[in-house]
Design a protein around this ligand. Structure first.
Ligand code: NAP
Length: 346
């Protein structure tokens, strides 16, 4: 009998790649989203069923499950409440694959991503400590909510075997949070420089949606209660990313490197800028699931860059990529500040 997958968040960047990988692997896919994103992107031959629902609506999710599914892929789960929502429906879900984040990790001194002095082992194994879970309310944040989600699903592994994927910096077409826009926009604006803090050596492990989808596919076929890192084979430095994006767009820019942090934020800062590397260990996924990346970061770039240029053409990028504005609250494109710093610096 045909295996059935319900993909929650199916029209997002991860969902689209997951649907593609599952269909190619012979799964029948029910694709769920609220319907705010652009229409059904699948060819009729794929026989994907599109269901419009808000995952906060428990009854609607239960209806979409119908008689049940072999795997539920959840790309938009946060907090213990979503863990409990899935567990309440576990009798109709064979297993789950849920997207978590590398943001849950803390270093050996308990410092999380973005905190002063944080220094992770290189690479970070899944056994690295994580932030304290928090389920909404004061003090709750993205990482602590993901930690709560993980904690509750892993504890209930006998009821609903769940693979939690701790994703690095996700990239690919159809992103509303495309870090690569940092360099794409500079090329489109004809900026003559790439100014990079930390000597351009920052490494913040990316993961292509194609590699995430491969992990989802493998986990769907081999259910288990586990947590796995999700990252590309080679984490490039931010200098390599900038040069590669500009090479795709045939844009010449001088690289100006700043040792240490930005002397005049946001000059030299990028969405990948970290003082110490954040590199994920992929050996457990290789051992447990036989994971082999389907694409490397640099090879995947041209498709993403082309998509970004098309998506933003003639439109306000802040509306097309709202998460870039919402998540960073930094004006990375403050060219006046850059030029002023360059004049002083030179
Ligand atoms: N971006 C990163 O670098 C990064 C890093 C680590 C982990 N992650 C994780 O990646 C996940 C985000 O995936 P993504 O990048 O694919 O997101 P995305 O591109 O924003 O897509 C989100 C998808 O979920 C749907 N959706 C949103 N809210 C929904 C709801 N309440 N009910 C049903 N569907 C809903 C959206 O469609 P509608 O709006 O039409 O509903 C869309 O299909 C999150 O779990 C995030 O924590 C991201």
């Amino acid at each position: 009998m045909e295996k059935v997958a319900l993909v929650l968040g199916a029209t997002g960047q991860i969902g689209r790649a997951a649907v593609r990988a599952l269909v190619a692997d012979g799964w029948h896919v029910r694709a769920a989203a609220r319907g705010l994103r652009a229409g059904a992107p699948w060819p009729p031959a794929w026989n994907v069923e599109l269901v419009h629902l808000d995952r906060e609506d428990h009854a609607a999710l239960a209806t979409a499950l119908g008689d049940g599914c072999d795997v539920l892929v959840d790309t938009v789960a946060y907090g213990g409440r979503h863990a409990r929502q899935l567990l309440a429906l576990a009798d109709r879900i064979g297993s789950a694959v849920v997207i978590s984040s590398a943001a849950v990790y803390v270093d050996d001194a308990g410092r999380g991503l973005g905190e002063e002095g944080v220094r992770f082992p290189v690479p970070i194994p899944e056994t690295q400590p994580t932030v304290a879970p928090s389920d909404g309310g004061p003090g709750a944040g993205y990482a602590s909510e993901k930690a709560a989600l993980e904690r509750e699903l892993l504890a209930a592994g006998a009821v609903l075997p769940t693979t939690l994927l701790r994703a690095g910096a996700v990239h690919g077409p159809h992103s509303v949070h495309p870090r690569e826009w940092h360099f794409v926009k500079r090329a489109l604006d004809g900026r003559p420089v790439r100014i990079l803090a930390y000597g351009g050596r920052s490494r913040f492990h990316p993961v292509s949606t194609a590699n995430l989808a491969e992990l989802i596919r493998l986990a769907a076929n081999e259910p288990g209660a586990r947590v796995l890192n999700a990252a590309d084979p080679e984490p490039p430095t931010v200098a390599e990313i900038g040069a590669a994006v500009h090479a795709v767009l045939d844009h010449d820019a001088e690289e100006v490197l700043i040792e240490g942090p930005s002397p005049a934020p946001p000059v030299g800062e990028t969405p990948w800028s970290v003082p110490e590397p954040v590199v994920l260990d992929m050996s457990v996924a290789q051992r447990q699931l036989g994971y082999r990346p389907v694409v490397g970061y640099l090879d995947s770039l041209p498709e993403t860059v082309r998509w970004l240029v098309d998506a933003a053409r003639g439109r306000d990028w802040r509306i097309v990529f709202p998460a870039l504005v919402h998540n960073y609250r930094t004006d990375y494109f403050d060219y006046l500040a850059e030029d002023a710093w360059l004049r002083r610096h030179r």
